[in-house]
Design a protein around this ligand. Structure first.
Ligand SMILES: NC(=O)c1ccc[n+]([C@@H]2O[C@H](COP(=O)([O-])OP(=O)(O)OC[C@H]3O[C@@H](n4cnc5c(N)ncnc54)[C@H](OP(=O)(O)O)[C@@H]3O)[C@@H](O)[C@H]2O)c1
Length: 283
């Protein structure tokens, strides 16, 4: 599995396992299966309510902690200096570890309708300063953000001297958020794709279907290979062992430049409906 080096010098695998809705807290063996399939990057968050499952699966695997790359995230409704510090401690406890490899501000603003929705600039800076301190203390190896658009990122750059290592965004064919991606590339921020296969919403795309047929892969697999060729870290979620394994095979297929352009320029389709600056719209 290929790794890349982040702007802070740390190494991260190009493929990770997305755990959102992958565990139900009843001991179902999805995360252990993902570890057996070869995943070492595990993406969790406080709001997924499965940090304990992830911690337990790692312990049970018998594989040394240092071989894993654990990502977790600060809940958007817990932004702020003190909250960031206490929330990280809780995550460490749930994950049964003394450090997290990557800790992200999950969203740049609290939920729409919360009284502090409009005060996001101050909240983000305070939270980011807390993450910087906890990184210096060794509790977090790399710090980053998720769902940050250029104006949210610029706010952090204006008031602190640590550039996020990663921005985790919804990215897949049909929703490539080019403006945010360009900003990240310019500032040396690595891109990580959530919902890299669009939770199955791209399966009806005729453009993707014709390209997938040409390379003898499924549409979900094509989406992952496309993102991989764009140098974007992918976090597919699957509860099926065979699909977990399939989703890690990204170097054996080479999409031609002409087909890459066809995917890059296809009409917008399949986005999840969550935008950081407005009310959540679940599609
Ligand atoms: N930062 C954020 O705000 C944010 C938001 C959402 C998600 N995330 C992260 O990103 C991860 C992935 O996103 P996601 O779970 O929304 O969606 P996703 O990975 O794009 O799609 C998951 C769906 O695709 C199916 N699937 C997986 N591999 C497949 C394959 N090879 N062929 C056919 N179907 C396949 C899965 O079904 P089966 O299980 O049946 O295989 C599941 O229904 C999450 O788990 C989470 O870690 C982050």
């Amino acid at each position: 599995m290929r790794n890349i080096i982040l702007n802070d010098g740390n190494k991260i695998p190009m493929v990770g396992f997305g755990t959102y809705k992958a565990t139900d807290g009843t001991g179902y063996e999805v995360v252990p299966d993902a570890i057996k399939a070869g995943y070492r990057l595990l993406d969790t968050a406080k709001v997924y309510e499965n940090e304990e499952d992830v911690g337990r699966a790692i312990k049970k695997s018998g594989i040394p902690r240092e071989e894993f790359f654990i990502t977790s995230k600060l809940d958007r409704n817990m932004l702020g200096y003190e909250n960031a510090k206490s929330e990280l401690e809780k995550s460490l406890k749930r994950l049964k570890t003394d450090y997290i490899d990557l800790y992200l501000l999950h969203w740049p603003r609290p939920d729409y309708g919360k009284s502090d929705f409009d005060d996001w600039k101050k909240l983000d800076i305070e939270s980011w300063k807390a993450l910087i301190e906890m990184q210096k203390e060794g509790k977090i190896k790399s710090i980053g953000v998720s769902n940050f658009l250029p104006h949210h990122l610029q706010n952090l750059l204006n008031h602190t001297d640590v550039v996020p290592a990663i921005n985790q965004l919804e990215l897949h064919p049909g929703y490539m958020q080019n403006c945010a991606c360009e900003f990240c590339k310019t500032h040396g921020i690595a891109l990580q794709a959530w919902s890299p296969i669009g939770r199955g919403r791209l399966n009806e795309s005729m453009i993707l279907e014709s390209i997938a047929d040409k390379y003898h892969v499924s549409i979900p697999h094509l989406c992952l290979v496309y993102l991989h060729q764009e140098n974007i870290i992918v976090l597919p979620k699957s509860s099926n062992f065979e699909r977990m394994k399939e989703n890690m095979i990204l170097d054996d297929i080479a999409i031609s430049e002409e087909d890459m352009w066809k995917i890059r320029t296809m009409p917008q389709v399949g986005w999840g409906g969550e935008h950081p600056d407005c009310e959540r719209i679940y599609l």
